[in-house]
Design a protein around this ligand. Sequence first.
Ligand SMILES: NC(=O)c1ccc[n+]([C@@H]2O[C@H](COP(=O)([O-])OP(=O)(O)OC[C@H]3O[C@@H](n4cnc5c(N)ncnc54)[C@H](O)[C@@H]3O)[C@@H](O)[C@H]2O)c1
Ligand SMILES: N[C@H](CO)Cc1c[nH]c[nH+]1
Ligand SMILES: [Zn+2]
Length: 435
Amino acid sequence: MINWSSLTPAGQTEALARPVMKNSDSLRVTVADILATIRQQGDAAVLEYTRKFDCASLNSLPLSVAKRDELATRVSADVKDALLVAFNNVKQFHEAQKPQDITLTTTPGVVCEQRFTALDAVGLYIPGGSAPLPSTVMMLGVPALVAGCERKVLCTPPNQAGEIAPEIALAASLCGIEEIYLCGGAQAIAAMAFGTESIAKVDKIFGPGNSFVTEAKQQVSQRADGAAIDMPAGPSEVLVLADGNANAAFVASDLLSQAEHGPDSQAILVSDSEALIEATKAQVELQLAKLSRNSIASRAMENARYILTGNISEAVLVSNAYAPEHLIVQTDNARELLTDIKYAGSIFVGQWSPESAGDYASGTNHVLPTYGYARNYSSLGLLDFMRRFTVQELSADGMRNLGPAIMKLASAEGLDAHEQAVALRMAELEKGNEQ
Ligand SMILES: NC(=O)c1ccc[n+]([C@@H]2O[C@H](COP(=O)([O-])OP(=O)(O)OC[C@H]3O[C@@H](n4cnc5c(N)ncnc54)[C@H](O)[C@@H]3O)[C@@H](O)[C@H]2O)c1
Ligand SMILES: N[C@H](CO)Cc1c[nH]c[nH+]1
Ligand SMILES: [Zn+2]
């Protein structure tokens, strides 16, 4: 247990350090090598990396729509029903995010508009190294569907049989995704960003993944010939902020639900109650022993932090300093604390709101900024799949009204051609030529 007030500022920074950031230099080099190889060798290199990292020997990357649909029939009826519940909630919540166009007359005769249009080609990365995630298909596929993106390209690592999980196939079919490629990791990101013989380049890449995927997304987004990305969404994180009245079993289960994603996941409990921290630790041991992914979760829990604060206000400050991907608030006055919480990807309020609800089925998006990027990035939403652009139209009167101000500003900046573009029109209007 870490006693927050006994730490120096440097100690506080160290206590909130993310574990995966430590080997970032070698990660950068490994990923840069993979990207360069895919740019030079295309499909052949993607297939080779797939053999190496996913132990799947494939002859080609696409998975046909017929195969997608055949795999989807293997999903059991109850899982299909649950997927439909989740699909409908996620769809409703993202449909509610549809933006309104704006049309405004700023000066008589000067009309300004803001319009929205769907991105053409989007790349959807679905992690699959450790667990196939059909829920992530919906978190990316539903907003792409609601936005109306023309091409939806899904890449996910194949299993050793060279297939994908039936649930991923069904979720893809619900979202109308017809282009599926069997590849994962940095090589899949490179293939979508630069294009290969079989995968045409996309405009923007979405989706979470491990540190190789996250680093690859960062690198392709920095190249002119690469692609835009949604956000850095890497290994899962959860911070639970709880007071002495919280249910220790609930708190432990929330910490473990993220720990089981991967050994690099991070789980943090911040509380003003030493008793709650001790009870949670005991619950973690009890529950951990029964998990099927015990060894993964145990390794992640080696990086877990239990932080004791003087009061709940200080706990909120700790949470803001960490800027967690998920913040679960289990205190008596959970909703009241919302006004003081500045940075978190998604917030779960009260003891009946486990992170699992948002991960699967409540309707909010589970693709969220990690590594502290919740400070300046937002949770994924419909607008990320759209472009915003403006339109303007000046009538002759609009030109008469606004022209003098434009000419004055152009002249002040010493930009004669700008001034002339207005002056020529004003001269025509003075001659009475309005057509
Ligand atoms: N932030 C979010 O919104 C969110 C949502 C869901 C999942 N996640 C996270 O996504 C991650 C999924 O990770 P995963 O590993 O299960 O699947 P993944 O699909 O992200 O990664 C698997 C790929 O990693 C590559 N890889 C593995 N070892 C490698 C190596 N030594 N060198 C180069 N490449 C290598 C391989 O290409 C493999 O196909 C988890 O950390 C989970 O917490 C985050
Ligand atoms: N917790 C993950 C986001 O960090 C999303 C997820 C998918 N399946 C279960 N959980
Ligand atoms: Zn999860």
